[in-house]
Structures are given as C-alpha cells and as structure tokens.
Design a protein around this ligand. Sequence first.
Ligand code: TPP
Ligand code: MG
Length: 162
Amino acid sequence: MTTGSLGQGFSCAIGVALASKLRNDGATIYTIIGDGESQEGQIWEAAMFAAHQNLDNLIGFTDYNKLQLDDLVENICSVEPLADKWKAFGWEVIEVANGNDCNQVDEAISSAKVLKKPVMVILNTVKGRGIGFAERAGIYNHSMPVTKEMLEEGLKELRGEF
Ligand SMILES: Cc1ncc(C[n+]2csc(CCOP(=O)(O)OP(=O)(O)O)c2C)c(N)n1
Ligand SMILES: [Mg+2]
C-alpha cells in the first residue's frame, strides 16, 4: 500500500508484520519511510511497538536523501544520530553507503533476513537519482510539474538511452 499522511504506512506495515507472525505464514514484510517522514512522532511510537513485539519478520528502509518537502532535513529538524536512534528503539541497523545501488540494497536485504529483530536499512540516497533534471532540481523536485517532454527524457535516461 502507499499512504499519504506521513507515518501511517509504517504503522500499517507493523500491523501486517504482527498479523503475519500470529498466522505463522513465514512472510517477510517490507516498508519504506522517508527521512522527513522520520521527523513524525508516529514513526517512533510504531518503532517502539515493533521492537516490543519482536517483529523479526519486518525490514524497514529509510530513504535518507537528506531532503524533505521544504528544505534540507537538518535545517528543519535533524534526525541524527539516525542509526543510534533505531538501535536505542530495539532495532538492528544496516547502513547502505549508496542506497541508489540495487546490488548494495540486495546485499543488505540478505543480511537483514537472518537477524532476529526488526531491521532498519538506512539507504544513503540522492533524491531524483537516475533522472538528471529531477536530481538537479534538488529541493524543488518535490512537487515539480513534469511535462510530456520531460517524461520522455526521464524515461529515456532510466532506460540508459542517453
Ligand atoms: C502527517 C503529515 N504531515 C505533513 C505532510 C506534508 N508532507 C508531504 S511530503 C513531506 C516531506 C516528506 O519528506 P521525506 O519523507 O524526506 O520524503 P522525500 O520528499 O525525501 O521523498 C511533508 C512534510 C504529510 N503528508 N503528512
Ligand atoms: Mg527525504
């Protein structure tokens, strides 16, 4: 599911992970949150609950692109020290140096699957990576109108046609 209100998707994923454990269906539950989203109080209540329930079937990802809607995350309200926060909340943490590299993400998932606690994978990412105009826009790409021409250009770039 995708969600709009920041924090709610994470709480839903934790509910799904708990249900999966109760059913003993062997599923792994994946959830992605933003770094700006991590400024929400709901994230931390949910984090505490997931550890309390020992949800070792849950793998979270933080898209740590250092930007939120208005500005740099650190200018609005820093989330650092992010890894230490998750550890203090009872989670295992795996940090991925280049979160835009699928191989590095894949390796992190393999490592996360054998850990016996909920795991937060912190992905150091670049917002808009893969599409030049989106990456260059930085903070302004959050609600950037995309014309038909820009869409074509972006898709070409993602297909490696430049
Ligand atoms: C509870 C809540 N407060 C505020 C917003 C408005 N809002 C939408 S996106 C956003 C910033 C999210 O930043 P981040 O999680 O870092 O995502 P990114 O922009 O990097 O993809 C905000 C404050 C919202 N959707 N929900
Ligand atoms: Mg962000």
